[in-house]
Design a protein around this ligand. Structure first.
Ligand code: ADP
Ligand code: MG
Length: 696
């Protein structure tokens, strides 16, 4: 029970049935029809073991209607022959089959009863459980908990949506529905008793969010007022802006202003910058960093993979070093003296801007004056990592400002619940001059056509990505683990442990095939398990334009920016998630050339596979893709690490229960203001063990 999280009485009470069995009624055998789930009671006329074909126990019984029912047991204990001997009165429950031999039940639930024995007064709940925890035991434990627990109403009636029962009534009804209670609203969770539980849960969650928000409001951060003196001796911010080879889009300018306003306050920013792939988030991050540096503080930028961190590093060096700023570089692959020198510069404050992977949050990295932490592709990081980054300024009783960036927009319902404590800035406009990517979906028997197309692109001086998937889930986990390990400096042995090398095989084979099919074209290979130096060498050949075709695993998924790439082929596209496909496709269409993305699949496609590829072909809008993704997959994926461990919502469904959610959102602040004791009790009852997650 403990392993299933059933420790306290309240846990038992909130362990709700999956479905119910109706043992409160008896049907007449004569009236049974095929496929019906029924319970009947009658007397056994004969019971014998038949050995024709497979050995089986067969029992004939009949009830007052005079009709006969055959019970059939393919597995049985000798003792069952006694329980079901001729003359015994039995109550049996099971699914009826009407066939050649008349009415039958195979492996029904059987109970020997005395004449006139009473029927249960409630429907029988069937709970989710495991083989180690028998249903009957669990039922008894829950019934006992239900009897001994006094469930007071914590919430004042005016806080509740109208028409809902008390919590105690709701739980009694759900655990022990009265006879003749229609099952559908219970099983599809639309019954008011369910609504009450869902509301309880949503409200607790909203209350906790409001609380975390209030607590955070008490925190202090270094104020970074905007300085924009122009001219050669002016602020870094002004000089960076003046030196850019392009003008900011209106959307970029707007989000920069939002960020500046936050940074100017002595209260930590907690802002998510969302913008579709290619919308230009990096320059916004650089401008925010310049604000921190202008005010005399440090800024750290953390990216989930080494490739991406390196891209940021190069871009920032290109923009900032001409202005006299040194950018420090910190990743897992940088070791020994070089690393120590870097750490010293960070600790002394000499390095004003530090770019890196998870290596940035290692314990031995000490910042002198960290005022701004920027996390790119924030959904790739866990709660713990964000918390570690924030703690980097702890010694001064201040927290750094936090700017998270993501190309995967958070759907509104999720933003309202899990991310209520987060301010959002959205870049809803792409830089001018981009031509939307055209997406084509091909079965993989058209590979030859695709290769011919690659030859054409290469001949025109354009570049091509060919993305290979990881062959199976375990390989995928191992590989992404390998990327993460590498980035975090854990070395590669951990990732290798369970790595069947399958992804590698696929990518290397494709690399060999394309190299042979495209003589005279430079074809490169990039995957997560190459040494960092080799990866960097391949990347620089591709970014530099000498290499025309890059065969890669999903290491290129995020951030890679080569505007001359005009064709992307994704092999086994059906194996990728929708947001992953969108991220990958975002690698092309970054320049003015018209770009194409070919999604190759191996038939037959599953329904969700079809839905995903269709969505990709129909839209390039990241928000629309996120919406469809949520539809196809549910909210789990968006929550990522936040949801690892326990799901925060057990009963409510953000899509279905949006009306309850709206209500909870309205009520939560009022409840804190007017009945703080009730608010606290509600949070405690529901979320006692999950508080820390809500603060991250
Ligand atoms: P993402 O939002 O996906 O991280 P990037 O920051 O990598 O996008 O920007 C994509 C490309 O667009 C880069 O080459 C970047 O230099 C360029 N870019 C960014 N802002 C603008 C702009 N306002 N005008 C033109 N190009 C821009
Ligand atoms: Mg980016």
């Amino acid at each position: 029970m403990e392993r299933m999280g059933l420790a306290r009485d309240i846990d038992l009470l909130l362990h709700l049935p999956l479905r119910y069995e109706d043992e409160t009624r008896l049907q007449s055998i004569a009236a049974l029809h095929d496929g019906q789930a029924a319970q009947v009671e009658g007397v056994v006329s004969e019971c014998r073991v038949e050995a024709r074909g497979r050995r089986q126990l067969v029992v004939w019984m009949s009830d007052d209607s005079g009709a006969e029912l055959v019970l059939r047991f393919l597995n049985f204990y000798p003792s069952q022959q006694k329980t079901m001997a001729a003359g015994q009165r039995l109550r049996v429950r099971g699914e009826v089959r009407v066939g050649f031999h008349g009415r039958e039940m195979v492996h029904p639930v059987v109970k020997a009863v005395a004449p006139g024995e009473s029927l249960p007064q409630a429907l029988t709940p069937v709970y989710p459980t495991t083989a180690a925890l028998p249903q009957a035991y669990l039922r008894k434990a829950i019934t006992a908990a239900l009897q001994r627990t006094r469930l007071d109403e914590v919430l004042p009636p005016q806080a509740l949506p109208p028409g809902l029962p008390t919590l105690a009534d709701a739980l009694h009804l759900l655990h022990q529905p009265p006879p003749r209670q229609p099952l559908e609203p219970l099983e599809d969770r639309s019954h008011p008793a369910w609504q009450r539980l869902k509301f309880e849960e949503l409200l607790a969650q909203q209350l906790a969010q409001a609380d975390a928000q209030r607590e955070r409001a008490l925190l202090r951060a270094p104020a970074l007022p905007a300085r924009s003196e122009a001219g050669p001796a002016g602020s870094l911010h002004a000089r960076l802006l003046a030196g850019l080879p392009f003008a900011l889009t209106a959307a970029q300018a707007r989000v920069c202003a939002e960020i500046d306003a936050d940074l100017a306050r002595a209260h930590p920013m907690n802002r998510l910058l969302q913008g579709d792939v290619g919308s230009g988030k990096t320059v916004v991050a650089a401008l925010a960093a310049a604000r921190a540096i202008d005010a005399g503080w440090q800024c750290a930028l953390m990216a989930p993979t080494e490739i991406l961190a390196e891209q940021h590093f190069r871009k920032l060096v290109q923009w900032l070093e001409p202005l006299g700023l040194r950018v420090a570089w910190l990743t897992g692959s940088r070791k020994g003296k070089a690393r120590q020198a870097m750490l010293d510069q960070v600790a002394s404050g000499e390095a004003a801007l530090v770019v890196g992977t998870h290596a940035v949050i290692q314990d031995d990295v000490v910042f002198a004056r960290l005022a701004l932490a920027i996390v790119d592709e924030q959904h790739r990081f866990g709660v713990a990592q964000r918390l570690a980054l924030r703690a980097k300024l702890e010694t001064q009783r201040l927290e750094p400002h936090l700017l998270m960036m993501s190309a995967t927009p958070i759907p509104r319902t999720l933003a309202m619940t899990y991310f209520a404590d987060l301010d959002l800035s959205t870049i809803d406009e792409l830089p001018p001059g981009r031509t939307p990517v055209v997406t084509k979906v091909f079965a993989d028997n058209r590979r030859a056509d695709v290769i011919a197309r690659i030859a054409e692109e290469a001949a025109r001086g354009r570049q091509v990505y060919w993305v290979c998937p990881l062959i199976e889930d375990s390989a995928e986990r191992a590989a992404s683990q390998a990327d993460a390990d590498e980035a975090s400096g854990k070395g590669r042995s951990a990732g290798r442990r369970q790595n069947p090398m399958l992804d590698l095989q696929n990518a290397t084979e494709t690399h060999a095939l394309l190299s042979a099919a495209l003589p005279g074209v430079m074809v490169g290979l990039l995957h997560g398990r190459m040494p960092a130096a080799e990866k960097a060498a391949v990347m620089s050949l591709f970014t530099g334009g000498q290499m025309s075709v890059l065969v890669a695993t999903t290491v290129i998924e995020v951030g890679v920016d080569v505007p001359n790439a005009s064709l992307m082929v994704i092999e086994h596209a059906e194996r990728f998630g929708l947001s992953q496909l969108h991220q990958l496709r975002g690698r092309v269409g970054r320049g003015a050339v018209a770009s194409v993305c070919v999604l190759m699949y191996t038939p037959p496609l599953s329904d969700t596979g079809k839905a995903r590829l269709r969505a990709m072909a129909e839209t390039t809008d990241g928000f629309e893709i996120a919406r469809r993704d949520l539809e196809i997959r549910g909210p789990g994926e968006f929550l990522g690490a936040r949801q690892s461990g326990d799901a925060l919502l057990r009963f409510a469904d953000l899509q279905q229960d949006s009306a309850l959610l709206e209500w909870a959102r309205r009520v939560a602040p009022r409840l804190w203001a007017e009945e703080p004791a009730a608010a606290r009790a509600q949070v405690h009852r529901w979320l006692a063990t999950k508080q820390e997650f809500l603060k991250a």
